[in-house]
Write a protein that binds this ligand. Structure first.
Ligand code: C2O
Length: 547
């Protein structure tokens, strides 16, 4: 493969949306940030220079980082942040992956403005397993806040209450004409009739799962999280924060002068405050004859906000291609079974320093197996590699929750012991893992897009209510389950995933709803080195930032 060099200068830039100008953190002054393109097998060398007054890190979401965990990016997990005036070179090879991924800042809420597409093309002479598109177009959803997102989360953590919601959703950084003072800032996709376009769709929104549709057009889903899937047609897709979905859009053979809305808006299962507005872009057919003055504009219909049956049916259609060329290598035998509860709850509030605006004078918290994970003040991977774990983390993350109860019935509030600690789950090299993620409804059932760094996993089962270890495994799909890096654990339900721990390092796992991560819905796996030289974590680069 080739080596491809990029420079990311993290700097402040004035950006105007919704008639509101703010100075915000960007990469090279761009919003959304620059497109990174590589081919499978290439090496990416990306020099990130911090020219702002905050710390920052960049994460390459979905890149496996085989043995190169130092380049993964989550702050205090694999690296200390890049400090003001400092640089760090992310250096990694893209092994065995092709498709749409993305990159984003991975410290606090900086990813709200610092994100962009990461496109991995197949190797030369390796065609897509679907029709060759005429054009490829990234379509990135985001959220626009008139205020500074850093101030919003700081305020929320201080009060213990929920954070303010965003002011708009965006497509490629643009809110579109359904918002006030925004008609000029509309994403327009100009198309020719009778062609096939590949839309590389990314959900970079902070806190919402989204429905997306283009009026009068069918989308054919061909890939999810950079894994080819069995193609299927749909009017609407559902995509959670962290996920990517590639769809083919066939334009109509003869549609001169017509325009169609494409819109996205949230799928919401919790009860909290949320933004229920819609972002719109326009699909515009080019036409040679110019006598049409006004374009008819068609609007798509999206499912209702809480349409769980749509969500369930859509998810069920996603299957790995599982072809000879792209097999689904589902671990068939399992070495270790884990059962993790995930969900929201409350913690006692410190009335001296906080205003305690959570439910009943508490503060909001979120947890995995009752643990609200606390980030250490130095990076876990460094502590592990240099044998200095004392006082940084403990290797005793629980394999089960502290309390067994009816998770989705009506659990009492005190079933959450959400004490902030830094515990990690240790796995010997090549452990085959089955992990059941169970949503709890202590503070209202809600779906949680769980993202695992360093691995893809297979979603072998999912259901509603409480997971039943006797019955449910009988229905697991070990033939063509979808393989991905982010799964939406359904509201009031569970998913079972499998992965092979063949990548030594420390790997973050967290809810990709940023507010839940801030509240503690996160943990880390520590995968030990194998015996062979090529089963060991590489040594850290010389410019690795210090805390
Ligand atoms: Cu896309 Cu840990 O994140």
């Amino acid at each position: 493969g080739l080596t491809r060099h990029y420079e990311f200068n993290i700097k402040m830039q004035n950006v105007t949306r919704l008639c509101h100008t703010k100075s915000m953190v960007t990469v090279n002054g761009k919003f959304p940030g620059p497109r990174v393109v590589a081919r499978e097998g290439d090496r990416l060398v990306i020099k990130v220079t911090n020219q702002i007054s905050n710390n920052i890190t960049i994460h390459w979401h979905g890149i496996r980082q085989l043995r190169s965990g130092w380049a993964d990016g989550p702050a205090y997990i694999t690296q200390c942040p890049i400090q003001t005036g400092q640089s760090y070179v992310y250096n990694f090879t893209v092994v065995g992956q092709r498709g749409t991924l993305w990159w984003h800042a991975h410290l606090s809420w900086l990813r709200s403005t610092v994100y962009g597409p990461l496109i991995i093309l197949p190797k030369h002479n390796e065609p897509y397993p679907f029709e060759k598109p005429y054009k490829e177009v990234p379509v990135i959803f985001g959220e626009w806040f008139n205020a500074d997102p850093e101030a919003i989360i700081r305020q929320a953590l201080k009060t213990g209450g929920g954070p303010n919601v965003s002011d708009a959703y965006t497509i490629n950084g643009l809110p579109g004409p359904l918002y006030n003072c925004s008609a000029e800032d509309t994403f327009k996709l100009k198309v020719k009739p009778g062609k096939t376009y590949l839309l590389r769709i990314i959900n970079a929104a902070l806190n919402d799962e989204l429905f997306f549709s283009i009026a009068n057009h069918t989308l054919t889903v061909v890939e999810a999280d950079a894994i080819y899937v069995k193609p299927f047609g749909t009017d609407t897709i559902l995509i959670t924060p962290g996920q990517t979905t590639n769809v083919l859009l066939k334009t109509k053979p003869n549609f001169p002068g017509a325009a169609f809305f494409m819109t996205a808006r949230p799928y919401v299962t919790g009860q909290g405050t949320f933004d229920n507005s819609s972002v719109a872009g326009i699909l515009e057919y080019e036409f040679p004859s110019l006598h049409l003055k006004k374009l008819p504009l068609f609007k798509p219909t999206l499912p209702p906000l809480n349409d769980t049956s749509f969500a369930t049916n859509f998810t069920k259609k996603l299957r790995s291609l599982a072809s000879p060329q792209f097999p689904a290598n589902v671990p068939k035998k399992v070495d270790k079974h884990f059962f993790f509860t995930i969900g929201l709850g409350t913690n006692p509030c410190d009335k001296k320093n906080q205003t305690c605006q959570g439910p009943n004078g508490t503060k909001f918290a979120a947890s995995v197996n009752n643990i609200s994970f606390t980030l250490p003040t130095t990076a876990l991977l460094q502590a592990h590699f240099f044998g200095k774990s004392n006082g940084v983390y403990s290797p005793d993350f629980p394999i089960n929750p502290f309390h067994w109860f009816n998770y989705t019935g009506n659990p009492p509030n005190n079933t959450m012991v959400s004490n902030g600690t830094t515990k990690v789950m240790v796995l010997p090299f090549n452990t085959s893992v089955e992990l059941v993620l169970q949503d709890t409804s202590i503070l209202g059932a809600e779906s949680h897009p769980l993202h695992l760094h360093g691995f893809n996993f297979f979603i072998v089962g999912q259901g509603f209510g409480n997971y039943d270890p006797q019955k449910d495994p009988k229905n697991f799909n070990l033939v063509d389950p979808i393989e991905r890096n982010t799964v939406s654990v359904p509201s009031g339900g569970w998913v079972a995933i499998r992965f092979l721990a063949d990548n030594p390092g420390v790997w973050f796992m967290h809810c990709h709803l940023e507010v839940h991560t801030s509240w503690g819905l996160k943990m880390a796996w520590l995968v030990l080195d194998g015996k062979l030289p090529n089963q060991k974590l590489l040594p850290p680069p010389a410019d690795l930032p210090k805390c």
